[in-house]
Design a protein around this ligand. Structure first.
Ligand SMILES: Nc1ncnc2c1ncn2[C@@H]1O[C@H](COP(=O)(O)OP(=O)(O)OP(=O)(O)O)[C@@H](O)[C@H]1O
Length: 231
């Protein structure tokens, strides 16, 4: 479903990704792993067209999307939750969702309700400004907002980072439900092996901007994988 071929990405003169290849099949949950600063966030941004690529291609459902703008990729079915649970802090929870629904147009009909079904706690907070929510609640809102465009594949950048433990569990359960019950394909940036072992079908490990290992979930138990993730 999503294929990344030979992706090179640079910030000015500093190249950060080197020939990254990745395949995320329809319906699978693929974890992108690796230590801090290896290029995970950069990879997701390049897939979404938030950053330009120096060379390489991004194919989604057989279509070359490398030259498309981010909103066009969203229209084709790529949903994106950037790191740091971003929301519009001055808008209420309801308004945050409404803005996403308006951007998505007719495709989003009923989608706000479905997104709220996934995070029922947000229903009681619809009138609260997003900036007053806890980090975990903001992350739930950020995921709900991405779902409003009814993506076929969701790109999630460290959704549990900096979130209090009680809400981490809710977010993990929501990701499970999206994947296992609703069959949504997910590309998840996640540093924690335990979480990847519970959620992933497949994994990719980056090191210094290159893919150094990829495989099935069971291979995550391999000591050589641990060595690539430990600091
Ligand atoms: N805007 C930027 N300008 C220049 N260099 C950047 C920029 N953003 C990131 N980098 C550098 O690119 C490299 C990859 O960063 P990136 O955020 O993609 O890594 P990451 O694996 O997601 O790290 P983390 O787990 O800490 O989020 C790092 O060396 C980082 O310092």
């Amino acid at each position: 479903m999503l294929t990344v071929q030979g992706l090179d990405v640079a910030y000015g003169r500093a190249q950060v990704l080197f020939g990254v290849d990745l395949v995320a099949p329809a319906g699978d949950l693929v974890c992108v792993m690796g230590r801090n600063g290896v290029g995970k966030t950069t990879l997701l941004k390049a897939i979404m067209g938030v950053l330009p690529v120096r060379s390489g291609r991004v194919l989604f459902n057989g279509r070359d999307v490398t030259g498309l703008k981010t909103h066009q990729r969203v229209s084709l079915g790529l949903g994106y939750v950037p790191p740091g649970h971003p929301t519009f802090p001055q808008l209420t929870v309801g308004e945050n969702l409404q803005v996403a629904a308006e951007a998505a147009g007719a495709a989003s009909r009923g989608a706000v309700d479905e997104a709220l079904d996934l995070f029922p706690a947000l229903r009681g907070l619809l009138r609260r400004r997003a900036g007053f929510l806890s980090g975990g609640q903001q992350q739930q809102l950020a995921i709900a907002r991405a779902l409003v465009s009814r993506p076929k594949m969701l790109l999630l950048d460290e959704p549990t980072e900096g979130i209090q433990p009680s809400i981490i569990l809710e977010i993990e359960e929501a990701v499970q439900r999206l994947h296992r019950d609703l069959g949504l394909a997910i590309l998840l940036v996640e540093q924690y092996l335990e979480l990847a072992l519970r959620l992933a079908d497949r994994f990719v490990i980056l090191d210094a901007g290159e893919v150094v290992r990829s495989g099935e979930r069971t291979e995550l138990q391999d000591p050589s994988v641990h060595a690539l993730l430990s600091v």
